[in-house]
Structures are given as structure tokens and as C-alpha cells.
Design a protein around this ligand. Structure first.
Ligand SMILES: C[S@@+](CC[C@H](N)C(=O)[O-])C[C@H]1O[C@@H](n2cnc3c(N)ncnc32)[C@H](O)[C@@H]1O
Length: 178
């Protein structure tokens, strides 16, 4: 399944770190792209730096119109899920969501426009308590991919050798200093 994450309402003055974390989670948990409303060079640089060092093909597209992207996505046959604590219970809809081929996952920052709730094919709650877009996105993607996303390879980057203690990292040959 093709998954993109739409980060709605990023406020550069206060959301830099959390939006960067939304992007890191999107990448590490199986999404191929994050769409960001607005621009923020520090978020863009941080995610580009991680992609460059750790591999894979994750992309960030900034300064998008959320409405335009969601409408285009749906017109092309994709589905949209909006994560909100007011939504349907995750466990009751996740099987249905898993059956689609292209999924846009929307997470907010500040108050999400009412239109988003109507535009979404599913409004989904990851528990009906307020928490965080980072937590909501991680739990959602992990349930969507049933944990298999954690086994994915990220070609071209540093590779960690899982170890009970210490840090073991394999550096690709073309990055070794001659
Ligand atoms: C810190 S919350 C702000 C919510 C905002 N006050 C509102 O009314 O939409 C930021 C984002 O985290 C996500 N989020 C927080 N708690 C959630 C939950 N229990 N289930 C699903 N998503 C949640 C939503 O995407 C939300 O837009």
C-alpha cells in the first residue's frame, strides 16, 4: 500500500520539533512522503539530513494546499484518513482501511478545519483522549502495517546491527573514506 502523510497547520514558530518528528515517524513507519502545509527550512533540512544518512527514498513536499492535495488524491482513487480523538475507534475501521491501495493520513497541529472531517473517508481516533500527532501517527501506521514496517530496508544508508549492548553500525562501502 502507498502511504503519504499530510501534516496540517504547521506553525514554524512553535511546531518545528514536533513536525520534524511527524516526518521521522512517517519515514520510519512505512510512509513514502510527507506533505507539509507551509514552509520551514529547519524541518526540511532535518528530514533531508536523515534521508541522506540513513537511506531510503522518503520525500518531503512543503508548501502544499491541504484541500488541493486531499481532493487530488481522492480524484486519483486514493483514500483519506484523518486522525482525530473524536473519530471512529481504530480497531473497528482498520481492516476496512487496510483494503485500499493508496492512503493519505492526515494529522493536525492546531484546530483542524471542519471541512477536513467531511473530506476524509475515515476520521479515526487512536483512543478517545487527547495526546499527540506523533503518537497517533505511530500507533496508526503500526496497526496498518501490522508491525511489518519495522522490518523494512532503507537502501543506501547506514545500517544498524541490532545489539543487546553498545552501538554497531555498518557504513556503506561508497561512504568509507579512502
Ligand atoms: C495536539 S493535537 C491538537 C488537536 C486540536 N486541538 C483539535 O481540536 O484538532 C494535534 C493532532 O494530534 C492528533 N491526535 C491527538 N490525539 C489524538 C487521538 N486520540 N487520536 C487520533 N489523533 C490524535 C490529531 O491529528 C490532532 O490534529
Amino acid at each position: 500500500m502507498r502511504v503519504v502523510v499530510l501534516r496540517l497547520g504547521h506553525r514554524p514558530e512553535r511546531d518545528k520539533r514536533i513536525t520534524t518528528h511527524v516526518g521521522l515517524v512517517a519515514r520510519a513507519f512505512g510512509a513514502e512522503e510527507m506533505l507539509l502545509t507551509g514552509r520551514d527550512p529547519s524541518v526540511e533540512e532535518s528530514l533531508e539530513d536523515v534521508r541522506e544518512r540513513w537511506g531510503g527514498g522518503f520525500r518531503l513536499t512543503a508548501d502544499v494546499s491541504w484541500r488541493g492535495e486531499a481532493l487530488r488524491w481522492k480524484e486519483a482513487g486514493g483514500k483519506v484518513v484523518h486522525l482525530t480523538m473524536y473519530g471512529s475507534k481504530l480497531a473497528e475501521v482498520i481492516d476496512d482501511i487496510r483494503s485500499c491501495e493508496a492512503l493519505m493520513v492526515v494529522v493536525g497541529a492546531e484546530k483542524v478545519p471542519a471541512e477536513m472531517y467531511d473530506l476524509a473517508d475515515w476520521n479515526v481516533a487512536v483512543g478517545s483522549q487527547p495526546h499527540s500527532e506523533v503518537a497517533a501517527l505511530s500507533v496508526f501506521l503500526d496497526r496498518l502495517f501490522r508491525g511489518e514496517e519495522l522490518e523494512r530496508d532503507f537502501p543506501g544508508g547506514l545500517k544498524i546491527v541490532p545489539s543487546a549492548r553498545g552501538k554497531r553500525v555498518i557504513v556503506p562501502e561508497d561512504r568509507l573514506e579512502k
